[in-house]
Design a binder for this molecule. Sequence first.
Ligand SMILES: Nc1ncnc2c1ncn2[C@@H]1O[C@H](COP(=O)(O)OP(=O)(O)OP(=O)(O)O)[C@@H](O)[C@H]1O
Ligand SMILES: [Mg+2]
Length: 283
Amino acid sequence: MKFNGSDQYVATPDLMLAVNAAITLQRPLLIKGEPGTGKTMLAEEVARALKLPLLQWHIKSTTKAQQGLYEYDAVSRLRDSQLSGVGDEKVKDIRNYIVKGTLWQAFTAEQPVALLIDEIDKADIEFPNDLLRELDRMEFHVYETRELVQARHRPLVFITSNNEKELPDAFLRRCFFHYIKFPEAETMRQIVEVHFPRLKKDLLAAALKSFYDVRGLPGLKKKPSTSELLDWLKLLLAEDIPLSALQSQDDKVAIPPLLGALLKNEQDVTLFEKLVFMQSRNR
Ligand SMILES: Nc1ncnc2c1ncn2[C@@H]1O[C@H](COP(=O)(O)OP(=O)(O)OP(=O)(O)O)[C@@H](O)[C@H]1O
Ligand SMILES: [Mg+2]
């Protein structure tokens, strides 16, 4: 198994190396990077390229590690026992009320699978620690049935984080780590071409220049990312914005049309407008 990029996802050589290292080591690949730099999509594309089914577990602030293993549905069991009596065969067997979580499904799948644990930093601090053994030994106990669930095949695990919380050292030790750096102009051009193959070269160049100008503005609270650039380009094309609207007369920064696709809060917009205003006064 080796990942060599895909037709829909632009992977830099160091990213491909990281994916292949995680495959070789059989360790989870922990991917960090700014929002919108293709962390989630990486898991989807690697799974697609390696022809592995992808099981996804999207983490929220309320998600508990146990939910990825299994949950005991006591409420249904109680209801069934009230409806059909405690003597009922289904009610007697507790296994009928154990709901398998994503990890269990990944462990017991017939064929090797890829598993995405998306946005692990959203959960509370105990969450990664609670999954150490499961991700390391790929097994866990079901206390209600005294059963040991072991992985038939080690799943290829992707874990993404936006760095909202630090991850514990013991957890990090078990992962291979990769930080997706914000793409440079050339990589970005390739990414845009994947999404808009027929975009004119000069429009793309002008749009990229405006985009990196906006991104380079010091003091921005939220820098626009790849997905924002793609949204913005989609709008430029839909609105048929002419090339001239993107180009300023000289090297100075101009206010690009549809700025709301790139800057998402009022302080950033004000900051940007101030800069453009100051530059125009200096002319
Ligand atoms: N390398 C890339 N090649 C092709 N498309 C990309 C690439 N990176 C990002 N994109 C585009 O950007 C969009 C956002 O990517 P994705 O959702 O994977 O980001 P993310 O890093 O998971 O963001 P978040 O942290 O907000 O979840 C994707 O839908 C895809 O269209
Ligand atoms: Mg994501």
